[in-house]
Design a protein around this ligand. Structure first.
Ligand code: ADP
Length: 497
């Protein structure tokens, strides 16, 4: 292959090894798509305590058995193991350092419900160890693709501490922002512990903002290219002060270098024709399996089955971002529309309580599962009629695209990636694939749900609508192609220099 690129993809979560949200899905699907296009792509991620060596056949790599990292006057002896992403040929390395990554949890200690107090050191050590690992492998990536704050210090390190290191002389960086609300913001007191000089945290430096050090800010200012996971979100974070989350001005400084690329759907994982979690497979030419899945879902949810009652599914992290306060306000009116609601979620205790209370109040209509459950997530996508995402903001959102694939009609708030993927069926009956609302108000959401429920009653129209969604192409190759164009642009810029 003529333009075969060496790409190092860094992420703090990679499905199916670890997952708290969409980042994990992207971190396995995009490398797989890049590999399929013929590129030499390798992934590097922390080895958390929850990742089984045996299940995923992790192998020792002799030259990576001891990777000493000096940081803040201490030596940390890390190591790395290698494996493949399941059912793919993409090589993935796991950086092991038990004192920092030995827990089952990724960022929040489930014992305390709080972020690990040493998160800055954990991910700075990971970043330093990444650079050391590829040196030991003598594998020089042309592109290092970083994701979110956890790996955002790499572009900063390359432009500062490592700027004269010949090994990285030809390496360019891409930083993808999957959610600007998470920035890796820490007390500046920690700066020297990260192996950085005290001046790194002085006011107005690349790292400092609002009297804290901020990994994402440093990444935004130092990466060669910045991407976000949908075009609308790329604009919103620069132009809408609330969504800019304090970094709007910093982002605007890089306006020329920010690109929005919509995520895709990994069809080896999310495809009702082949879904290994489903007893009943189906496709757009025969939806009988979908009804069977609805029966199984309702049985599991201890709710009565009635074909004429639409089931609304929700699968989500339970946080302020996702718009559950609108559901809290409107729940009684939603139930009056004669619907059933199945919720799968994990997160903030106030929303766990909210949904528990709702299910107690409406036991005939509402079932709530407060856990992380991949299998049930697939069953909810397959067995629901409608999927609800009333997000306050949504960088991309994957479930609305999974829903389309599964013939489950999305009802969404028109923001970020939801605005880029869902067209309201009433506004545009020829192209519509779901229902949407604009104002962040429970009344507007209720109207959108009502439009969906009314359309559901007209089964002929409904079938047409769901088949249209199922036939839409959200394959990762479209997105991967766009990333490669950006990588190639960086390559040709380097040659011009
Ligand atoms: P975010 O990254 O903001 O959480 P996305 O829509 O991009 O939102 O991705 C969420 C991913 O996490 C989807 O694959 C969804 O199915 C999954 N998910 C979220 N919560 C759960 C849960 N409790 N159990 C299983 N899967 C979940």
């Amino acid at each position: 292959m003529k333009n075969r690129l060496r790409i190092l993809f860094l992420s703090s979560e990679v499905a199916p090894f670890t997952k708290t949200g969409g980042l994990a899905d992207v971190s396995s699907a995009l490398p797989k798509a890049l590999f399929d296009m013929g590129h030499d792509v390798r992934v590097l991620t922390p080895k958390y305590g929850s990742i089984s060596d045996r299940k995923y056949i992790l192998r020792e790599v002799i030259r990576l058995k001891k990777i000493p990292i000096q940081m803040g006057g201490k030596e940390h002896i890390t190591s790395a193991k290698s494996a493949f992403i399941p059912d793919a040929k993409v090589q993935i390395y796991f950086l092991e350092y038990k004192p920092f990554f030995g827990h089952q949890d990724l960022y929040v200690d489930s014992q305390t419900g709080k972020d690990f107090p040493n998160n800055a050191e954990r991910f700075m050590l990971f970043s330093r160890a990444v650079l050391e690992t590829i040196k030991l492998l003598v594998w020089q990536p042309q592109i290092i693709h970083c994701n979110d704050w956890q790996t955002a210090m790499i572009p900063y390190l390359l432009k500062n501490e490592f700027k004269d290191d010949p090994f990285f002389a030809k390496t360019a960086t891409v930083l993808s922002i999957h959610n600007l609300a998470f920035q890796g913001s820490f007390d500046p007191k920690v700066t020297t512990k990260l192996g950085l000089p005290e001046e790194a945290a002085k006011p107005g430096s690349d790292l400092e903002i609002y009297e804290k050090i901020n990994f994402l800010k440093a990444g935004i200012l130092n990466a060669n290219i910045i991407t976000t996971v949908s075009p609308t979100y790329a604009d919103e974070i620069q132009d809408d002060p609330e969504l800019g989350a304090g970094l709007g001005e910093i982002l605007r400084q890089r306006r020329q270098d920010i690109y929005g690329i919509l995520n895709g759907v990994d069809q080896t994982v999310w495809n009702p024709e082949k879904d290994s979690y489903l007893e009943n497979k189906y496709d757009s030419t025969n939806l009988d399996g979908k009804i069977e899945n609805k029966k199984i879902l309702l049985k599991k949810s201890k709710l009565p089955f009635d074909e004429s009652v639409p089931v609304i599914g929700i699968i989500s992290r339970l946080t302020d971002q996702k718009g559950f306060d609108l559901i809290a306000e409107a729940i009684d009116k939603i139930i009056k529309l004669n619907v059933q609601l199945v919720v799968l979620g994990m997160g903030d205790s106030k929303y766990q309580k909210l949904f528990k209370d709702i299910s107690k109040k409406h036991p005939q209509n509402v079932a709530v599962f407060l856990r992380f459950d991949e299998e049930l997530a697939h069953l909810i996508e397959a067995g629901s009629d409608i999927f609800l995402m009333p997000s306050r903001y949504e960088p991309c959102g994957l479930n609305q695209m999974y829903s389309l694939k599964y013939g489950t009609v999305p009802v969404v708030r028109k923001t970020g990636g939801l605005a880029d993927t869902i067209v309201d069926f009433i506004e545009d009956p020829n192209k519509g694939n779901g229902f949407s609302f604009e104002a962040y108000e429970s009344g507007a959401m209720l109207q959108a749900i009502k439009k969906a429920v009314d359309t559901f009653k007209d089964q002929k129209t409904w079938q047409k609508l769901i088949k249209r969604g199922m036939r839409q192409d959200f394959s990762w190759h479209v997105a991967a192609d766009k990333y490669v164009k950006l990588y190639s642009k960086l390559e040709s810029n380097k040659r011009k220099k």
